[in-house]
Structures are given as structure tokens and as C-alpha cells.
Design a protein around this ligand. Structure first.
Ligand SMILES: [Zn+2]
Ligand SMILES: [Zn+2]
Length: 349
């Protein structure tokens, strides 16, 4: 099968072909696993973190990609029939695979609905091969049925940005009517804004973004105000979700937070370029008065499934830019340079 493979860590700014096109043997599903014929795979900022070594894969080479849409091609193990029955899946069924690839199932986190925090958490496209390929295998109980209302390319970006956006929004503890801020306005923030409009229709939404194009787009999508990352919003926010890879937006967001407000950082890794700004934190103005900072880590299967249901109800139609599998490097460079609007999706035929 064809796959785009990460063989060594490099900097995308200096190396515009960080992944290699390889012909690999088709993977074989093990016990409890299904083989998925991949149709589409979303391209996520986390892939840049893996490639550039902020989130280095434990083993190389690895096939990245954790927003996978495909169809069940086979089931593995000696009890393939039993697996089909237990999972309710059959060959040809459409499934999605998200960032959560495995969890131990027995620890205090797994048994209390917080499998995202399991110390044995395994991530798709990092700890296990992902969807930048024609085929991948996955545990049947970690594959998700997709609502018919979504096409393959529409469903793909929802599996990461959407699911984690849903989790971020839940972690804000926002009540309908309270002001919500979003700092950064990339693909995941577009989804959070649409989701917030559905779940908190009375809440004014403020968007902080560096580019004027992003600000104009935010207003189009229903923000009541859009300003620069360093601007003061007309009303202070009860909660702000940060989806940027940087630190300046975090420090600036704290200034726009109400007393008792919560800033949720939706990033698996931050880049270190502007980290020194944290030393300028002005405690009385930016953190005192019971302001909180909370990070989001991973997603649970429940987050993914709840979100897919909401996405079908709303319905959410993410704006996408499609690339053939072989052009994954171009998609990654476009993501890095913020060239193309919309979520980038690899289409595999
Ligand atoms: Zn992702
Ligand atoms: Zn666990």
C-alpha cells in the first residue's frame, strides 16, 4: 500500500518534504482489531509537533494521521465473527478513527470517564500507525460510527479539531449568556464557534486573531466582535479558549478574562519562540481574582461520539481544502504557513 511516512525529525520551515512516500505491506488486523481502507485523513497541527520533535513519536518510522475516515475491510484474530457481533460492525461499514487509539481500561482515570488521562493512553499516528496511508488497523472498540449526514472529507477534520473543541468547550464551565472568547481562529476555532452558537446561543462570542482575514471570517461565522490578539474586547469574557501554538495570546487573553474566569488552553504543545513573555505576567491584573488556566489533554471516546452526534444535528459543515495522499507535505507546509483557509484533508483513492 502507499503511505506517507515520517522517518526522521526535521523542521518544516527548512525541509518542505518531511514525509516520504513509501510502498509498504498492507497491515494485518490482530485480535480485536479491524482493518480500515482509508478514504480521507485530516491534517492536524499536531502532526507538525510530531515532525518537528515537540511531540516526538516513540518509534520511527511512523505513519501519521489521526482524523481518519474509512471503511471496514476485514476483521482480525481467530474470533473475527465474534468481534463483528460485539462491535456491531461489518465489512463495508464507514468508521472514523480519532486521536484516542487505546487506553488501559482499568486505571482510576479509565474507570471514571477520563480515559484521556490514562498513563497508558496511546495516540493514533504517534504510538500506532495512522491514516496517511491506504490502510490502517485499529481496535474495533476505538473505531467510531459516523453520521450519514457528513461526507468523508467533512467528517475527517471533525474527528480531532471538532472532538477536542467539544471537550474544550465543556471544560470552560460556561453558562448560556456568559461571554465566550476564542483566541486564535484556525480550523479548530471555526468548529468551536459553530458549536458554541448551538450550545450557548445567548452567549456573545469574541474572537481574537492576528490576521484581518481571520477576523472578517469570524464575524461572518457569528462572532459579535473580532479584534487583534492584543486588543481589549468590549466586554470581558467568562471563559476563553486558546487554540494558538504561542504564548503571547495566552498572556493577552488573561487580561480579557473576568474575575473567576477560566482560560482553557487547547494545545498539545506550545512553541517556545515567545515563551519569555510568561515572565512578564502581571499577577494582580492577569491572574489574581481567582482566574484559572486549564489545559485540555487528548479526548475520550465519549467526546468523539457526542461531538459527531452534535455535528450531525447542527449540522456542521467544515470548510475543507483537499489534497491527494502524495501531497501530504504540501498540506503540511500550507498549514505551517497558514496559506489556505479551511481544514486540510488528504483524499485517498
Ligand atoms: Zn489533531
Ligand atoms: Zn487507564
Amino acid at each position: 500500500m502507499r503511505a506517507m511516512v515520517l522517518e526522521q525529525i526535521s523542521n518544516v520551515a527548512e525541509n518542505d518534504t518531511p514525509l516520504q512516500l513509501r510502498e509498504l505491506p498492507e497491515p494485518v488486523a490482530g485480535e480485536g482489531e479491524i482493518l480500515v481502507r482509508v478514504a480521507a485523513c485530516g491534517v492536524c497541527h499536531t502532526e507538525l509537533d510530531e515532525i518537528e520533535g515537540r511531540l516526538p513519536p516513540p518509534r520511527l518510522p511512523v505513519i501519521p494521521g489521526h482524523q481518519v475516515v474509512g471503511r471496514v475491510a476485514a476483521t482480525g484474530g481467530p474470533d473475527a465473527q465474534g468481534l463483528l457481533q460485539r462491535s456491531g460492525l461489518k465489512p463495508g461499514d464507514r468508521v472514523g478513527v480519532a486521536w484516542i487509539n487505546s487506553a488501559c481500561g482499568g486505571c482510576e482515570f479509565c474507570t471514571s470517564g477520563r480515559e484521556n488521562l490514562c498513563s497508558g493512553f496511546g495516540a493514533t499516528g504517534l504510538d500506532a500507525h495512522g491514516g496517511y496511508a491506504e490502510y490502517m488497523t485499529v481496535r474495533a472498540d476505538f473505531a467510531h460510527r459516523l453520521p450519514d449526514a457528513l461526507t468523508d472529507v467533512e467528517a475527517a477534520p471533525l474527528l480531532c479539531a471538532g472532538a477536542i473543541g467539544h471537550r474544550s468547550l465543556a471544560l470552560t464551565n460556561l453558562q448560556d449568556g456568559q461571554v465566550l472568547g476564542l483566541t486564535g481562529f484556525g480550523a479548530s476555532a471555526h468548529l468551536v464557534l459553530a458549536l458554541a452558537r448551538h450550545r450557548f446561543p445567548q452567549s456573545p462570542k469574541m474572537v481574537f486573531a492576528r490576521s484581518s482575514e481571520e477576523r472578517a471570517f469570524a464575524l461572518e461565522l457569528g462572532a459579535v466582535w473580532a479584534g487583534d490578539t492584543r486588543d481589549r474586547s468590549p466586554q470581558s469574557c467568562a471563559a476563553i479558549i486558546d487554540t494558538t501554538p504561542a504564548w503571547i495570546p495566552v498572556v493577552e487573553a488573561l487580561k480579557n478574562l473576568q474575575s473567576g474566569g477560566r482560560l482553557v488552553i487547547n494545545a498539545i504543545r506550545k512553541e517556545s519562540v515567545d515563551q519569555s513573555v510568561l515572565l512578564e505576567l502581571d499577577y494582580p491584573e492577569q491572574l489574581w481574582r481567582e482566574k484559572e488556566i486549564k489545559s485540555v489533554a487528548n479526548v475520550t471516546r465519549r467526546d468523539v461520539r457526542e461531538f459527531l452526534q452534535l455535528a450531525a444535528e447542527i449540522p456542521l459543515r467544515p470548510e475543507v481544502a483537499c489534497y491527494p495522499l502524495e501531497e501530504a507535505n504540501r498540506a503540511l507546509v500550507d498549514l505551517r504557513r497558514r496559506h489556505i483557509r479551511g481544514a486540510k484533508v488528504l483524499v485517498i483513492d
